[in-house]
Design a binder for this molecule. Structure first.
Ligand code: IVH
Length: 675
């Protein structure tokens, strides 16, 4: 390809990828599937490799690449990054409003922009003429550390600004909070555990540890997010109030919170404070309060600042999520892979509105590091829907007679030997038929992201194993109505329902099935990656470690685990039996085709087998386009349960309807919808 064409294509690809990032991170409306994104990304990489002179620093391919540094340089902030004064309850928020009005000598109601107070790390990003030039930590507020190369790896930070209705400012300093979502935090700790590395105490520490890595490649491997909440020095950026600033930032390509609210007066802001405290555990990230900001910028100017905090903003802090309590005893839970997890049985305590009775101690290394013993007074912490954990021991209150705790040498459930394999942090029960392992594997097998067997709850699974009606996961599919009805508190109807859920679950996807098998280190995402890569079950069953490891997203630990799983005689038996009992996949794994090419779909309602994102994925990988609203250009509406206005509109416009099952069949058999 000649240079001129290459330049044009590089420019177009960059635009498409940037556009996707914007839709994904800022608007939360992804338009490309991961696979499609990867394909375009690779295309750009190849073009750039052929024409290195055309690579610009803002290219999506240039996020990682810098060499590790010895130390961070320091950066003086143009305008100091102040801290926030705290209000500990609603009344202190009212006091704040009174003092604002008093300083302003204002008789009416003051408007407040209300936002969640994210619990991460404050950073400043500097853009000159639309290009990201540097980024720093808050530091002491006046001087921070230069972490530009690390910040470049955060995918939601735009490397260049979006041209739109907001003019690109010649200078723009943007402030925001970098954090790890709770899900990413958990995954990171799982990885740390697998590698035998130190666990992070909470998402905040994990985010801080990740941002302050001297090697940007490590930062890049941690899925950090950012939400922007304000600006520092600017040139050519006009805004009359804070709410408008947030909207302009969004337009320019920065992720800003979707949970903010513009409140007309303080009582409305207090209502917001209550609401956010209620929903805090449901958010994807940790927040420790809310922030109220006087919306009008001229009011902000008049209010000014104290030494460390502005007079125009305040943090409303939620009730603490940490408490002290007593460890009555330490028990051990056996998981589906036989891993033993030590758990502190606590004197029940109310932590931020939830009664906590147990807290995880993770593993022996963590117990040793914190020196946790039975009878200790401890500080426990709860965050989001993360399992509560013991943060530290109050050593001054320790009973002198207490002794260090050791995980037992025998499994507390079946009495078999417990071993800790070299290089692993966990102790495992060596008995493959341990009833605890079986119960947990079945719970996992039946769970939503796996075989999704409706109605088969934990209690019932435990009872079925205890009664020895199930000795192997596959026995689920031989259960009879008589057996189910013989269980306690089981009506005929619910037995029947469970049988039909079981029957329905037989028809699954390759990825879900791989996840359901409970292979160590294979989560939902890895299950899908493996399913995408292997054509059929035979190929993955016979895959060698090397070929597994060559798959992107599969490391040596996962590769070995998959190989070991399929070499194991008991697993071979289980899988064979599951197939004999009717498990089948509704999509052939190599589903990338173009049967739906040229067709536009709209998805609405809820579906039995997939969520909407998955539905979108299968349409796109079969070459179809997915749009968010019904119009004359829509070819098919994929309508699930509870389809509402979109269905109505489709009917009015005479758009064809198609069901989930029909669509699966079309894709599987590569038949065009109108054939
Ligand atoms: S505004 C002068 N807004 O809280 C205004 N800060 O205790 C100061 N934070 O260092 C910042 N979410 O790291 C603001 N929506 C939000 C915030 C927020 C979290 C952090 C920020 C700051 C700290 C102040």
């Amino acid at each position: 390809m000649d240079k001129k064409r290459a330049k044009k294509e590089i420019g177009e690809l960059t635009k498409v990828l940037e556009g996707h990032n914007y839709k994904y991170y800022v608007l939360d409306e992804p338009t490309l599937s991961d696979a499609e994104y990867d394909r375009l990304f690779r295309q750009l990489e190849e073009l750039e490799a052929d024409h290195p002179e055309l690579v610009i620093p803002e290219s999506p391919t240039q996020r990682v690449g810098a060499e590790p540094s010895k130390e961070f340089g320091s950066v003086k902030h143009t305008i100091p990054l102040l801290s926030l004064a705290n209000a500990m309850d609603e009344n202190e928020l009212r006091d704040f409003d009174v003092s604002v009005k008093k300083i302003l000598e204002f008789e009416g109601e003051v408007e407040y922009a209300a936002e969640p107070k994210l619990d991460g790390l404050a950073v400043e990003l500097v853009y000159e003429n639309g290009k990201f030039v540097s980024g720093s930590t808050r530091g002491d507020g006046v001087t921070g550390e230069d972490i530009t190369t690390n910040l470049r790896t955060v995918k939601s930070i735009p490397l260049r600004l979006r041209a739109g209705s907001t003019k690109i400012p010649s200078l723009l300093e943007v402030r925001g909070e970098v954090f790890l979502s709770i899900k990413s935090f958990r995954e990171l700790n799982e990885h740390q555990e697998v590698k035998g590395d130190k666990l992070f105490a909470n998402p905040r520490n994990a985010a801080a540890g990740s941002l302050r890595q001297l090697d940007p490649k490590i930062t890049a491997s941690r899925p950090l997010s950012i939400l922007c909440y304000g600006v520092g020095a600017t040139e050519g950026f006009n805004s009359g109030n804070h709410w408008e600033t947030l909207n302009r930032l969004k337009e320019l390509g920065f992720p800003v919170t979707v949970h903010g609210k513009l409140c007309n007066e303080i009582e409305e802001a207090i209502e917001y404070f209550r609401e956010m405290e209620k929903v805090r555990d449901k958010l994807e990230f940790e927040i420790d309060g809310i922030v109220l900001k006087v919306n009008d910028l001229s009011f902000q100017d008049r209010l000014g600042a104290r030494a460390r905090s502005p007079r125009w903003a305040i943090a409303g802090k939620f009730k603490p999520q940490q408490e002290t309590t007593l460890i009555i005893s330490i028990s051990v839970q056996v998981g589906r892979t036989g891993a033993l997890t030590p758990v502190a049985e606590l004197e029940p305590v109310n932590v931020g509105g939830v009664i906590v009775k147990r807290a995880t101690l993770h593993n022996q290394d963590e117990i040793d590091r914190k020196d946790v013993r039975e009878g200790d007074r401890v500080i426990i912490q709860r965050a989001g829907d993360v399992i509560p954990e013991v943060v530290s021991v109050i050593k001054s209150k320790r009973n002198r007679a207490s002794k260090p705790y050791h995980i037992p040498a025998e499994c507390p459930v079946c009495g078999a030997t417990v071993k800790r394999l070299p290089g692993e942090a966990v102790h495992t029960c060596q008995n493959r038929s341990c009833p605890a392992q079986l119960k947990e594997s079945i719970k996992h097998f039946a769970s939503k992201g796996a075989m999704d067997i409706d109605g088969l709850g934990d209690k019932l699974i435990e009872a079925l194993v205890d009664k020895e009606l199930i000795r192997n996961v596959s026995d689920l599919y031989t259960l009879t109505l008589e057996q189910l009805s013989s269980m306690e508190r089981m009506a005929d109807k619910s037995g029947q329902n469970i049988l039909s859920s079981l029957d329905k679950s037989r028809d699954t996807t390759f990825g879900r099935f791989l996840y359901a098998l409970g292979i160590r280190h294979v989560g939902e995402q890895t299950g899908r990656v493996l399913a995408d890569e292997f054509k059929d079950f035979e190929s993955i069953r016979n895959a060698e470690v090397d070929s597994l490891e060559s798959i992107e997203g599969v490391g040596p630990i996962v590769a070995r685990s998959v190989r070991n799983f399929f070499c194991d005689g008991k697993n071979k038996y289980t899988i064979k039996r599951l197939f004999q009992l009717g498990i089948k996949f509704s999509e052939i794994p190599e589903k990338r085709s173009d049967v739906l090419k040229g067709l536009t779909f709209v998805i609405t309602g809820t579906f039995e087998k997939r969520n909407r994102q998955e539905m979108k994925g299968i349409i796109q990988s079969a070459g179809g386009k997915v749009s968010s609203s019904v119009s004359k250009k829509t070819d098919y509406l994929v309508a699930g349960e509870n389809a509402g206005s979109k269905l109505k509109k489709a009917n009015e416009l005479g758009v064809n309807l198609i069901s989930e099952n029909k669509l699966s069949l079309l894709i599987r058999d590569s038949i065009k919808p109108d054939e």
